[in-house]
Design a protein around this ligand. Sequence first.
Ligand code: IDP
Ligand code: MG
Length: 145
Amino acid sequence: MERSLVLIKPDAIQRGLAGAIISRLERRGLKIAAMKMLQMDKTLAQRHYAIHQGKAFFNDLVEFITSSPIIAAVFEGEKAVETIRQTMGETDPAKASPGSIRGDLGMDIQQNLVHGSDTAENAEKEIALFFCPEEILDYAKDIGR
Ligand code: IDP
Ligand code: MG
């Protein structure tokens, strides 16, 4: 089973959209394996977004993602990485399809509500930045059907 890191970004928390975003991922069929609220510091932000270091938007991105609390979560499922990316929509909400999180709820390319890992390999690295192994729960969804 594949895992991916999801961040509910500061703009989503500020706008009261955390529940709606989590709900969309849950309803898609993805399983929550870990979740916590935290405020990212500059060091964590720079590590998480290391691949974008040197780009024009990097400093602003670090400032934005550390500006107020976020929710970090691990979602699990078959092809979780791809499914989450598709459910999120394109990076630029203006180009994201209606029906996607960004296409329905956002307009701003920086404040685009949600992060999802882009490959399974990066997901493992990103998950390790936010969670220790004991915080990721392995359970069966076998009640409440
Ligand atoms: P992703 O979040 O869809 O994977 P990335 O290209 O990995 O998109 O970019 C990381 C984050 O950096 C984006 O989600 C967005 O918040 C921000 N970002 C990306 N491109 C731009 C830009 O051109 N201007 C401002 N911010 C950007
Ligand atoms: Mg990315």
